[in-house]
Design a protein around this ligand. Structure first.
Ligand SMILES: NC(=O)C1=CN([C@@H]2O[C@H](COP(=O)(O)OP(=O)(O)OC[C@H]3O[C@@H](n4cnc5c(N)ncnc54)[C@H](O)[C@@H]3O)[C@@H](O)[C@H]2O)C=CC1
Ligand SMILES: O=C(O)CCC(=O)C(=O)O
Length: 425
């Protein structure tokens, strides 16, 4: 079988390499046959678009956008759109593949995709972001569709961008088509519970893992990197269940309070401060924001970007449990050290799957023309997250592998079996 050799250590990690390394290990455990391996290892479609946008000063700036469909074997492809200066094809390819595995782990009928535009939304006006979003949608009209490829928010995007995307798509097809995108504002057919869903899933999987590790939430400490959609809700919901959040961070820096940070106050501060924790007084500022990753806490929740736990700092990580709110926060070269240190990792494709799960509920509600209560959404997504955790935990015992490889085994097995039954791709 044509497995990829790990590349030599470089200055910069490559998330696609990290994804492939875990995929290869899981494929070997499963004894995946070569033809299926070859089908699953590469994305089915990679689109790069140039997006000319008139800026507020009248100049025209051209942005590069991407949409990668990794697989549609389980159903229409699903995955967020990221606006960030680091967006590049390898990153989007990795994120798209993670969506395939994520949807399979939680057993929802979607394939995997991801999109992104290399831009800095914090330096753009609302009008510029709207024009950029509409230009991206126009270029991808033939890719998107409620039964083809369904985008959602990711880093740097939220309900407003999804609303513009939905509007642009609807105009082009001549009818309101709200099921083309999820993570919409409630008035446009968004689902109750979607905003909190990813952080809520992080909380559910963290509590399930703490139970296995016999960590009492009421005596546990936690540090959360990233205070956007995922990090802030994960922190809030863990705090509500008794966990003391001693440190939080965002682009402005990291903040530490040994008595526990008041997360509601931090959220309010951020909301009134253009989305930033800059100047937050509820904790002392750490000299270097990355110190947060090395704090002596029970639980570490990386909820910002890829490759923050790497071979360079993993020896210093002291947490007993890492729950990956972000996609790809741990590079594959750090895996062995983590395993040797006996740290449990609830991997991204399991821990942050609450978001796509409630996106699925949103799509179902849009197609039914019906709205579920928040109680129904939360009850069903909590059940799905807990069942997925138990499935992965059981597989890790059965195959004697860490939770991350177990999650890939569960996912690849499901996609491979579906592929074999369908055939003919
Ligand atoms: N939004 C969603 O539903 C889902 C998001 N994810 C993943 O979760 C992660 C975060 O996404 P969102 O919360 O949606 O993004 P967001 O844009 O709402 O927030 C990102 C946060 O990370 C912070 N950040 C950026 N660079 C940082 C750094 N170097 N150190 C510390 N903080 C930093 C930002 O300041 C911000 O607080 C991403 O990896 C994303 O792919 C995964 C599943 C679903
Ligand atoms: O909600 C969705 O459809 C996808 C969210 C996403 O991009 C992710 O889970 O990484």
């Amino acid at each position: 079988m044509a497995y990829i050799e790990p590349a030599p250590i470089k200055d910069k990690e490559n998330p696609f390499e990290s994804m492939m390394s875990r995929f290869d290990t899981a494929a070997q455990h499963l004894g995946l046959d070569e033809s299926v391996y070859n089908v699953l290892k590469a994305p089915v479609k990679q689109v790069i678009v140039n997006l000319p946008v008139t800026m507020d000063d009248g100049t025209i700036k051209v942005f590069e956008g991407y949409r990668v469909i990794h697989s549609s074997i389980l159903g229409p492809s699903k995955g967020g759109i990221r606006y960030d200066m680091q967006v590049n094809l390898d990153e989007v390819k990795a994120l798209a593949a993670w969506m395939t595995w994520k949807c399979a782990v939680v057993d929802i009928p979607y394939g995997g995709a991801k999109g992104g535009i290399r831009c800095n939304p914090r330096q753009m006006s609302t009008g510029e972001i709207e024009r950029l979003t509409r230009a991206y949608t126009k270029q991808l009209l033939e890719i998107f569709g409620p039964d083809r490829d369904i985008p959602a928010p990711d880093m740097g995007t939220g309900p407003q961008e999804m609303a513009w995307l939905m509007d642009e798509f609807s105009r082009s097809v001549g009818q309101t088509t709200n099921a083309v995108v999820t993570g919409k504002p409630l008035v446009l057919g968004g689902s109750l519970g979607r905003t909190e869903a990813t952080g809520r899933g992080v909380m559910v999987s963290a509590l399930a893992a703490m139970e296995k590790l016999k960590i009492n939430p009421y005596q546990a400490t936690c540090a959360v990197q990233g205070f956007g959609n995922v990090g802030s809700f994960a922190a809030l919901l863990l705090e509500e269940r008794g966990v003391k959040i001693v440190s939080i961070s965002d682009l402005s820096g990291a903040y530490y309070n040994e008595n526990g940070i008041d997360i509601n106050a931090a959220i309010q501060y951020r909301n009134n401060n253009r989305g930033s924790l800059e100047g937050f007084g509820g904790g002392e500022r750490l000299g270097n924001a990355d110190e947060l990753l090395e704090l002596d806490v029970d639980v570490l929740v990386p909820a910002a970007l890829e490759d923050v736990i790497t071979i360079r700092n993993v020896e210093n990580v002291k947490a007993k449990l890492i729950v990956e709110g972000a996609n790809g926060p741990t590079s594959f070269r750090a895996d062995n050290v983590i395993n040797d240190k006996g740290i449990m990792v609830v991997p991204d494709i399991l821990a942050n799957a609450g978001g796509v799960t409630v996106s699925y509920f949103e799509w179902v509600q849009n197609r039914l023309g019906y709205k579920w209560t928040a109680e129904r959404v939360n009850r069903r997504s909590d059940r799905i997250m807990k069942d997925a955790f138990d499935r992965v935990y059981k597989t890790s015992l059965e195959f004697k592998v860490p939770m991350r490889i177990a999650a890939y085994i569960v996912a690849i097995d499901k996609v491979a079996k579906t592929y074999k039954f369908r055939g003919g791709f």
